[in-house]
Write a protein of this length. Structure first.
Length: 158
């Protein structure tokens, strides 16, 4: 029995294969330039999502409702996408960790405030428009977030 696998044609493949097309290096450089051009817009979106998370933490009082945790998960997921796109590694890792925490709390029907609040504070530190800690400090903060995640022992999201 044979299995057919379909590999979709990508625009970059078409451009490279075409006579007079662009080289891979030129295509990558053009893509990086496009990212640089839209990074300001992305930074504003990241800041907006972090501000929304900070508001949710304030509104939660002593704990989150399930609906609030779903919003936390949604906002953190948006930050993961943007942080990864623009190369903000520390912010990406903190946001992924928050996604794991929020998802785990939702699955267990818990509304713990502290693990979410500490992740949001770290994300504020790592935000592109904030004051980025030194690399050693970033690693220390990420290590502490790992301890929080390990304490809750939630399985990571994909």
């Amino acid at each position: 029995m044979s299995v057919k696998v379909h590999f979709p044609t990508l625009p970059l493949q078409v451009a490279v294969a075409r006579a007079g097309g662009i080289t891979r290096e030129n295509a990558v450089e053009a893509a990086l330039e496009n990212l640089r051009e839209i990074s300001g817009e992305g930074n504003i979106s990241i800041e907006s999502a972090i501000a929304a998370l900070e508001s949710l933490v304030k509104a939660a009082g002593t704990g989150f409702t399930g609906e609030q945790l779903r919003v936390v998960l949604d906002q953190a997921d948006q930050i993961v996408n943007m942080a990864g796109t623009f190369g903000y590694e520390a912010l990406d890792r903190a946001s992924r960790s928050l996604c794991d925490i929020a998802d785990g709390l939702l699955r267990e029907g818990r509304g713990d405030l502290a693990p979410v609040a500490v992740h949001v504070r770290a994300m504020r530190l790592f935000s592109p428009m904030g004051t980025m800690p030194l690399p050693d400090e970033c690693q220390r903060i990420l290590a502490e977030l790992s301890k929080v995640t390990a304490y809750y022992n939630f399985t990571p999201l994909g």
